[in-house]
Design a protein. Sequence first.
Length: 415
Amino acid sequence: MAVTNSIAGASRGLGWRTPLVIVICGSLIGMLTFGPRSSVGFFMQPMSLEFTWGRDVFALAFAVQNLLWGIGQPFAGAIADKFGSVRVICVGALLYAVGLVVMRYSSTPLELNLGAGLLIGFGLSGCSFNLVLSAFGKLMPPEWRGIALGAGTAAGSFGQFVFAPFTVAMIDNVGWQPTLTVFAVLMLLVIPLSMALATPTVAAADVPVAQRQSFKHALSEAFGHRSYVLLVLGFFTCGFQLAFITMHLPAYLVDRGMPASTGGWVIAVIGLFNIVGSLTVGYAQNKFPKRYILSFIYFTRALATVAFILLPMTTFSAIAFGIISGLTWLSTVPPTSSLVALMFGTRWLATLYGFAFFSHQVGGFLGALLGGIVYEKFGSYTPVWWLSVLFGVLSALINLPIVEAPVARPVAQPA
C-alpha cells in the first residue's frame, strides 16, 4: 500500500493534524451534516399543514434527496480520490447550506424539491460522513482505522441525538422557517473543520507501476467481484429502512396516538444508542468476521420491526424500538467501508464505497417515497413496515457468502 503510506506520511508531516485531531474534526463534520438531515421528518407536518400538501409531496422531496445523494456520492468520491477531500467537502457544505435556505422559503412542491431534494442531496454527497470515513481510511494508521470509522459513524448519530429534540423545540418556539435558517448557518462551520481532513492529490507518477489502477479498471474489478456485489445489494436494505423510519416514524407515532414529542425522543434515542452501536461494531469488526456482523444487524432489525408493529403501541414500546434501532442504525457503515478497503485497498476507496452507498440511497429513495404513496393510498404504513422486514431477512442472508480477503490481482512477472 505505497499510496496509503505516502498519504499517511503526508498527514504526519503537518504536525497539528494528529490522528486524534483528525478524528475530532471529522466527527464534528459528521455530526453537523447528519443532524439536520435526520430531523427532516419533523418539518413534514408543519409544512404540509401550512401549504395543504399531502405527505406524498414531502416524501417525494426527501426521496429525491436520498437518490441524488447516492448518485452524487461516487462522483464526489472520485474527485476526492484524485484531487483531495477538502474542496469536495467545502463545496458540499455550501450546497447544503443553500438548500436549507431554499427549503426555508419554499411555498410550492417544485421549490421544496429544489431545496430539500436537489441541493441538499448533492450537498450531502460532498460533505457527509461518507467522505469523512474515506478520509479516515486514507489518513489513519492501521491501528486507528477501525475505531476512527466507528467514531465517525457514531458522530452522525450524536448529531441525530442532539438535533432531534433541538429541532422539535425550535419548531415549537420559533417556527420551522427560522429553524432552517439556523441549520444553514451551522452548516458553514463544516468549511474550517474540513482542513483537518485534507488528503493530498495522488499523481500517477507517485504510484508504483505494479499498483497503478485507472478509474475504469477499478470499477470493472469491483463489479466483477462477487463479494462486492453482494455487499452492495445488502446495503440497499439499510437505506430503505433508515429513510422510511427517519421520514415517517414521527407521523406514524402521532397516527397511533402518541404526542409529537414522543417522535422527537425516539429519533433522539436512535441517535444516542447508535453511538454505542457504531463504536461497538467499530471495535468488534477487528475481532469477528464482518459479514457475520452485518448479517446479525439486518436480522435484528427485522425482528425488532415485527415486534414494534405487532405489539400494543405505548411510549415504552416506541422507546424500546428506538433503542434497538439505534444499536443497529448506522453500525452497518464501519464493516461495509472496511470490507471495501480490505477487498480493493484505499486508492479508490471513496469511489467504490460511493457506489455501495448509491445502492443504499436507492433503497432510501424507495423507502421514503413508498411510505408517502402507500399512506396516501391506504391510510396506513403497515405494508411498508412488512416490506422492511422482508428486505432485512434477505440482506441477512445475502451477506453470509461474502469472502473477506483482498481481491486477487495478477502480479507482473520479470522479463
